[in-house]
Design a protein around this ligand. Sequence first.
Ligand code: ZN
Length: 157
Amino acid sequence: MAKLKIVKVGDDILRKRCRPVEEITPKTLRLLDDMAETMRAAQGVGLAAPQVGILRRIVVIEVEEGNLIELINPKIIAYAGEQEGTEGCLSVPNKWGTVKRPMHVTVRALNRHGEEFEITGSEFLARAFCHELDHLDGKLYIDIASAIETVPADEQK
Ligand code: ZN
């Protein structure tokens, strides 16, 4: 596994629409592994392929430690309710924003074996699904946040 470089806001690649994965190859699997390692090293809870410079519809999420969710070609197929909460992004360092998201979100995707599955998340996981899937369409939470705060310099890692 290798740690990848995280693309930061201002780079055009974050604003592009990603193409679907047409075939899951060893390269796809390596990318999934590298994305998980990169996310964990950066202490993030989610990472989308464009954040490491790859314009493919691939996302990893780990809201709960040890419970890695890998999503290939994910689509939101149902959502319900509403929540407002704080979000950050590994591509937007040292900032937090308040964003409205659905409370419950169901995603349909392929796993690393090419099998279709559905997963429903609530609260923070629902938020992570929305945030990461937005990346695949070139959208960032700062586009829709109602308030954005900068972390003071002495609290920055
Ligand atoms: Zn993000």
